[in-house]
Design a protein around this ligand. Structure first.
Ligand code: ACO
Length: 376
């Protein structure tokens, strides 16, 4: 293969970004200059969303306005519910979410009447619409899958994360659970030019609209090498069952050349900067739900993987069991990632629009030489 080819674009720098900085040498992640660990500890997910979109943390007045806007946009249109209802109950929640976002785009009258509206203000307003409606979409996806009765209406007296949990479970859990969930949203919000964000930027580079960019990004996130790994982690932990079986399970899996979900990263080679924060939240949940067995299993596989391959966990490894303990169905773990990453994706859509160049790489042709069509 030609040395010019950078398979998987590994090591290729395709653009500049002011949104986040991933530094594998210092094992750090900054959103607009702020360490993500500090943001997770000090700020709500709403403040982090504001930061990613506007470049600065909000003042009290800006935050109040942002929250009002988010709360006012939470309800789902009947047409979106009808579109979801038309899908089979067995549809994967990621497919439900991808479809619902696409339907929101089709319902946007501005898009059908005037495509010149695709600018920063248009994108920001629509990004808020999607951010605010995603909890209702994800909650609906889990509730209908469980045949859990009617959708729960949003409560506008609750913050984003508390309302999200209320809509999924029909009640607001204890503060430790809301805080752990909010932390996961912040940690998942943004991560530079990952596969789904790059997908959103490619779509935007054609001057397509933000709904299309997010729909495509959801498709990219679904795969188990990316966001789908948080769901896959839970299947792995369930397959292993208990801590004492982790080593034997891993040896067998590696002998079969399986990729171990929740481990490894394209950029971080010495551990994912987000893991310690999410792991601390997982430990809080383990104590809250009295599930020491879960952390024992977590540690057993982590240690075995380190000993066998020297490969560290990524964010999906602690977030999978954390979402499980909170009570989410495994199939909605990746949709939760969507609900968080919509902030990063849309920040990148706005950044791409601000200095756009069509993204169109080259390839080396290795097919047949030129030949004649029979009869030509
Ligand atoms: N399990 C087993 N072996 C692994 C793993 C893993 N999870 N990750 C990397 N390796 C091995 C590879 O087999 C390869 O070994 P080799 O050189 O002997 O062939 C070596 O480590 C390098 O791995 P690559 O796949 O080349 O690394 P790459 O940067 O392309 O892949 C990726 C990164 C896709 C994330 C990979 O580590 C993986 O598949 N992990 C599991 C899926 C996962 O957890 N994805 C979540 C990513 S983070 C996120 O979305 C929040």
């Amino acid at each position: 293969m030609s040395d010019d080819i950078k398979k998987g674009l590994a090591g290729v720098i395709v653009d500049e970004t002011a949104i986040s900085k991933v530094n594998p040498e210092t094992n750090s992640l900054l959103y607009r200059g702020y360490p993500v660990q500090q943001l997770a500890a000090q700020c709500t997910f709403e403040e982090v969303a504001y930061l990613l979109w506007h470049g600065e943390l909000p003042t009290d007045d800006q935050l109040a306005e942002f929250e009002d806007h988010e709360r006012a946009n939470r309800h789902l249109d009947r047409v979106v519910k009808d579109a979801i209802d038309a899908l089979p109950l067995t549809a994967h929640p990621m497919d439900v979410v991808r479809t619902a976002i696409s339907v929101l785009g089709a319902l946007d009258e501005t898009l059908s009447s005037d495509r010149t509206w695709i600018d920063r203000d248009f994108t920001l307003q629509r990004s808020m619409r999607m951010l605010a409606k995603l909890p209702a979409i994800v909650a609906y996806a889990q509730r209908r899958r469980r045949r859990d009765g009617n959708p729960v209406e949003p409560r506008d007296d609750l913050g984003y994360s508390a309302n999200f949990l209320h809509m999924v479970f029909g009640e607001v859990p204890e503060k430790v659970v809301v805080d752990a969930f909010d932390t996961s949203m912040t940690l998942y919000a943004e991560h530079s030019f990952n596969a789904s964000t790059f997908t959103a930027r490619v779509i935007t580079s054609t001057l397509s609209d933000v709904y299309s960019a997010v729909t495509g990004a959801i498709g990219a996130l679904k795969g188990p090498l990316h966001g789908g790994a948080n769901e896959a982690v839970m299947h792995v932990l369930a397959e292993i069952g208990s801590a004492d079986r982790a080593e034997a399970w891993l040896d067998q899996a590696l002998a079969e050349k399986r990729k171990i979900m929740g481990f490894g990263h394209r950029v971080y080679k010495n551990g994912d900067s987000r893991v310690p924060t999410m792991r601390a939240s997982l430990e809080t949940l383990v104590a809250h739900y009295d599930r020491a067995d879960m952390i024992e299993l977590y540690e057993a596989l982590e240690q075995a993987m380190d000993a066998r391959k020297g490969i560290k966990p990524n964010l999906d490894y602690p977030s999978g069991p954390a979402y499980h303990l909170m009570g989410f169905d495994t199939e909605v773990f990746t949709p939760l990632f969507v609900a968080a990453r919509i902030t990063g994706w849309t920040a990148h859509v706005m950044e791409q629009l601000s200095a756009n160049a069509l993204i169109r790489p080259l390839s080396v042709y290795n097919g047949p030489d030129e030949r004649r069509v029979p009869g030509a």
